[in-house]
Design a protein around this ligand. Structure first.
Ligand code: GDP
Length: 445
């Protein structure tokens, strides 16, 4: 993920400021160096990095910290504000009738993003339609159609028509009942003149409210030229960064945002239509700085629960976050986990848990409930009584023996499950403390 290791390295540096009430120029230099190193490693444009670090340096040395503010919090807050400023707000996308055009090179993830965005708008209660005008890439039509079906949204395309402008026009007419029209365009391997001509013509025909540039997070310095060209030809109002689930550095996308004077609209985090997040700068940066992003966590948990269709079972993820964590919760958690991603990733989003946080102090396998273990845990849970599920601490040796006979699992496995539950419960309790921590304090100031 973008600037992934900024969080941990910066936290290390900032931790050295703990207990200090004043900061020296040396301290500031060290923090700024750390930030520069991480940003450059993440492929952020050099001039951008310099601008950001100069701002941080200047403010940290010139501004007077509010009385009683520890030096660490003060610097952290400046870093946070400057990063928010660099990344900017998320692109404004009103929940109303609109036409959105997608631009980008082939393989950047346009077709996938079109369906994902349509899915996202449909979850917001709007009626979206995807219009596929890519006549260049073989298979684009079928892929787009299938993804639109998976997203359960309206779709228009015509594999027998080789005129993208005509498809766009007809597509808008055919889907006129839809509220949000998402027009996917063709990409090429490189920015060729005919691609630019084509997208300009489509733009003139479709007259979109906004054009979004779709960028693969792996793009490095090349982002600058692409962003400039597309911005000149159709005007880029926002950026969609895809494939953030990979190991990509993502710094190029920040460069593109800066270059087009636009902002980030969405993040793509996988190949499925649901793998999309609206970009939230504060949450994103909190996460990046290791402060956690509770909103995003709760949203993911809720979404996963919705998908497992267990809402009516009266399970509130917030209860879990309050520390009331029974074996029943653990079972639900295990079911949801497949859809949500590994628990240790989820933990990364909780304040105080991520890299350098509580998670690192736990044994490696504390959160590692692998598929195989999950299956045996499930079999065991099926042999437990309701009372035991609600109150696993009441399970003594005789119960372990009974459950072992009932489930056909060795006693050791049952103790392992109880141990795992205990660890997760403790972790969640510690998390309660974490909530009152850094981020909240900082935001209040
Ligand atoms: P287009 O040529 O710009 O329309 O790109 P596609 O939408 O066809 O995407 C190219 C490839 O990237 C496909 O294999 C997609 O499944 C994949 N892809 C797109 N977005 C993501 C993402 O967010 N994460 C991952 N892992 N793969 C993605």
């Amino acid at each position: 993920m973008v600037l992934d290791d900024l969080g941990s390295s910066l936290r290390g540096t900032l931790d050295k400021l703990r207990g200090k009430s004043r900061i020296s120029e040396e301290d500031v230099e060290e923090v700024v160096k750390e930030i520069q190193r991480s940003l450059l490693q993440a492929d952020v444009d050099v001039s951008l990095v310099m601008e950001l670090s100069d701002n941080i340096k200047q403010r940290a040395l010139e501004e007077e910290p509010p009385s009683g503010t520890p030096a660490r919090d003060f610097v952290l807050r400046i870093v946070y504000e400057e990063l928010v400023d660099l990344i900017g707000d998320s692109t404004e996308l009103p929940l109303e009738e609109q036409t959105i055009m997608l631009a980008g090179l082939q393989g950047s993830g346009k077709t996938t993003s079109a369906a994902k965005m349509a899915w996202w708008f449909s979850k917001k209660g709007l009626r979206p339609a995807v219009i596929q005008t890519d006549t260049f890439r073989p298979g684009a039509y079928d892929q787009a159609k299938q993804m639109a079906e998976r997203a359960e949204v309206e779709f228009y395309g015509d594999p027998d028509n080789d005129d993208p402008v005509d498809i766009a026009r007809k597509g808008l007419e055919a889907t006129e009942d839809a509220d949000v029209h998402i027009v996917d365009t063709a990409g090429r391997h490189a920015l060729e003149d005919d691609l630019i001509d084509e997208i300009e013509e489509i733009e003139a025909t479709v007259d979109p409210d906004i054009s979004l540039l779709v960028l693969d997070a792996a793009i490095g310095q090349g982002a600058k030229e692409q962003a400039q060209q597309f911005d000149e030809s159709v005007g880029i109002g926002g950026v969609v960064i895809t494939k953030l689930d990979g190991t990509a550095k993502g710094g190029g996308a920040l460069t593109a945002v800066n270059e087009t004077d636009s902002s980030i609209a969405f993040l793509g985090t996988g190949e499925e239509v649901q793998d999309i997040e609206r970009f939230e700068p504060e949450g994103f940066i909190s996460r990046l700085l290791g402060m956690g992003d509770l909103g995003s966590l709760v949203e993911r948990v809720e979404r996963a629960m919705e998908e497992t269709q267990e809402e009516e079972e009266d399970w509130d993820p917030e209860d879990m976050l309050q520390g009331q964590f029974t074996l029943k919760d653990m079972k639900k958690q295990m079911d949801a986990m497949n859809r949500m991603g590994p628990l240790d990733q989820v933990m990364d989003m909780i304040p105080g848990f991520g890299g350098g946080g509580l998670k690192d102090q736990l044994p490696d396998d504390a959160m590692d409930v692998t598929q195989e273990r999950m299956r045996s845990f499930e079999v065991i849970m099926d042999s437990m009584t309701d009372q035991e599920m609600e109150n696993p601490r009441s399970v003594g040796q005789s119960q372990v023996e009974r459950i072992s006979r009932g489930s056909g699992q060795p006693e050791e496995k049952i103790r392992e499950l109880l141990q795992q539950h205990k660890m997760m419960e403790q972790t969640l309790k510690q998390f309660q403390g974490g909530m009152d921590g850094d981020m909240q304090r900082m935001m209040k100031k």
